[in-house]
Design a protein around this ligand. Structure first.
Ligand code: SF4
Length: 350
């Protein structure tokens, strides 16, 4: 066995992180954990995973559920297309594979929402297929271990990283090995300053020897997220509140309060709503400002509240939802401040 692999597995046997999805062989459960872990911190997933698996314990349960319920269980995890793709994938496995997940990375990749990384992760952990699962953590470890200075997003460099990662995978404990590299990248060989002193690979690491580890991997500069201003209005009428189910790609299927891009004065905002509804919300008031950071966007929100008569008209594109039903709907975290504001207005009334 490669000495790097040997040292890693020895370290993993003693230091593996406890997680609800560790030690399972059920490919569906592993798939769910991998999808949740994409762009989300392990500690957050620790909470969500058991709840999700309790509600949808099998692939069949997930495939048969309503989309809104799946999004509700995903609420707060972000990147909601993951949940929709996971369910679409589960339905595909039911229809095309008789409910049994295929075992090879190539076949797994044909399933909706399963990309190169997840296919290898599921194949190695659930079925023991000796393939590396290469994600950002693994790229960082490999670049440092072999002192690779090239940009890993370039195809040639990426292929070299994959080949080196493949050489390390043992025939008999592929899943453990992949999880060991992930754990090392997440807890020891972390971005920024790596914890070389406590690393099981320190004697073999060329990046540490050359003093370059901290600067690796050599990733191209990231663009800062785009700031967008929104006015968000919490419009109420006769125990109902005006909401909209998003149809845009971003946050599709989730519910939001009415939002318009840009910041206006309350008078101008009230005029805009009169044009939309035919009724002017006379008591439109600024409630608070809120900010939500996505990967590519920052929403800078001004929150307003307004009360309309009980017979407020229908507004095209929006739905008047009874306030007691709001809690059951899936909302993105970006709407947390607006939901709190609605809660405060309701409290004042009672
Ligand atoms: Fe990373 Fe340091 Fe370990 Fe090398 S020795 S793999 S740089 S933590």
């Amino acid at each position: 066995m490669n000495p790097v692999t040997e040292a890693l597995l020895r370290w993993y046997d003693e230091n593996a992180r406890e997680m609800p999805w560790r030690g399972i062989r059920d490919p569906y459960g592993i798939w769910v954990s991998e999808v949740m872990l994409q762009q989300t911190r392990v500690d957050t997933v620790r909470d969500y995973y058991p709840r999700f698996m309790e509600r949808f314990p099998t692939l069949k349960d997930l495939a048969g559920a309503g989309e809104e319920e799946v999004l509700k269980m995903w609420e707060g995890l972000g990147y909601y297309s993951r949940a929709r793709n996971l369910q679409a994938g589960a339905r595909q496995v039911m229809e095309e594979y008789g409910g049994r997940m295929p075992e090879t990375p190539a076949e797994l990749r044909k399933i909706r929402g399963i990309g190169p990384y997840t296919s290898c992760s599921v194949a190695s952990i659930a079925f023991g297929v000796p393939v590396p699962a290469v994600d950002g953590n693994v790229i960082r470890v490999i670049c440092r271990l072999y002192n690779l200075a090239g940009d890993p997003t370039e195809a040639g460099n990426r292929a070299e990283i994959e080949a080196l990662a493949q050489e390390l995978v043992p025939e008999d404990r592929a899943g453990d090995h992949n999880q060991a590299v992930m754990d090392l990248g997440a807890t020891v060989c972390v971005p920024g300053t790596p914890g070389c002193d406590r690393c099981p690979l320190r004697e073999m690491c060329e990046g540490r020897r050359s003093g370059t580890a901290e600067r690796l991997p050599n990733l191209p500069g990231k663009k800062p997220p785009r700031e967008i201003e929104y006015d968000v209005v919490i419009l109420r009428s006769g125990g109902r509140v005006l909401l909209r189910r998003r149809e845009e790609k971003m946050l599709r299927g989730l519910w939001c309060f009415p939002m318009t891009e840009g910041h206006r004065s309350p008078e101008k905002l009230a005029d805009d709503w009169r044009r939309k509804m035919g009724v002017r919300p006379e008591n439109l008031q600024f409630a608070r400002a809120a900010r939500h950071v996505f990967t590519h966007q920052v929403w800078q929100m001004s929150l307003y509240t307004a009360e309309l008569p009980a017979d407020a008209p229908e507004v095209p594109g929006y739905v008047w939802i009874p306030e007691r039903e709001v809690a059951a709907l899936p909302f993105p975290t970006a709407m947390k401040a607006a939901l709190e504001t609605l809660g405060r207005v309701q409290e004042k009334e009672n």
